[in-house]
Design a protein. Structure first.
Length: 74
């Protein structure tokens, strides 16, 4: 859900930039660029992969840590 929200927010910003340029009849902000949207998507995918790997590592470490604590109680 967060991934989709961030992607749609990035697309909305690109469209807003183009709309504001047309509304004010001069370039105040950047311009709509499909390459920016693609770069935003790549960044979201890479961060999501990083986040999933980090969560898996923390989960495995937590299981290992609690297993060690249980062994010392015996």
């Amino acid at each position: 859900m967060i991934f989709i929200s961030l992607y749609l927010f990035g697309v909305a910003i690109e469209y807003s930039q183009e709309y504001s340029n047309k509304f004010f009849h001069k370039r105040i902000h950047g311009r709509y660029d499909i390459v920016d949207i693609q770069a935003n998507l790549k960044g979201l995918v890479l961060f999501s992969i990083f986040w999933i790997i980090l969560v898996i590592i923390m989960f495995v470490y937590g299981k290992f840590k609690f297993a060690k604590v249980d062994e010392t109680r015996d």
